[in-house]
Design a protein around this ligand. Sequence first.
Ligand SMILES: C[S@@+](CC[C@H](N)C(=O)[O-])C[C@H]1O[C@@H](n2cnc3c(N)ncnc32)[C@H](O)[C@@H]1O
Length: 248
Amino acid sequence: MKAHRRALLAALAGIVTAPRARAHDPHAERRRELLQTIERQIRQFAPDIGRSRLAPCVARAIGSVPRHRFVPPQWSELAYANRPLPIGHGQTISQPFIVALMTDLIEPQPSHRVLEVGTGSGYQAAVLAECVAQVYTIEILPALAERARALLAELGYRNVETRLGDGYAGWPQAAPFDGIVVTAAPDHVPPALIEQLAPGGRMVIPVGAQASGQDLLVIRKQADGRTVTQRTIPVRFVPLVRDGAAPR
Ligand SMILES: C[S@@+](CC[C@H](N)C(=O)[O-])C[C@H]1O[C@@H](n2cnc3c(N)ncnc32)[C@H](O)[C@@H]1O
């Protein structure tokens, strides 16, 4: 094909495809703005969290996961606001800053296998799935577990396995995990989760009483099995409940 004919065809293809490409994702700009807001907040908390920017894969995940699909339709206008939102059954989808921070704090790698306790909407699981090989996520409320399972499958997250159950006991059959992210607050660190953390692995977990709020802890398991705990920032999560007990 002559060069000028190729150029003409390419130009025509551009005319046909460019408007579709532009109209493709109406939420992309709002995700970019959300990412900038989160990066500012990360810099603000740098002395407490030990980092001043997000790892590239975490930033990419925040910039690409469609949070508007994980919030109930009546809240979709606020899907890219940096705030938690109700998802029904007395539960919430966490603030995007917290999702980004918790993902970053486990220092995710492409080969990692990660456990999440508290699937909720499934958004945190999707963000994790953008950064690691395999995500296992467990939710205690049947309606939320089923909704998240269906949505993650619809969105094509084939590296997320969901389960209905009490995450206090972890997921022994899939352990050990390189990372564990707990998105509901117990008043102590569940011993099973420490056991299921691989040597070199990191767990991020909000721990403390409901009335006073919690501290977000990073627990690193050393090669000899001992753990080192770092306190980061104060947070407020819904309680980790046990064995199907109704959330308080
Ligand atoms: C703050 S919400 C989680 C937000 C979620 N990660 C997201 O991205 O939407 C906490 C979730 O933990 C769940 N949960 C509470 N106790 C649990 C337990 N023992 N095991 C598993 N899930 C639990 C709640 O039902 C709720 O859905």
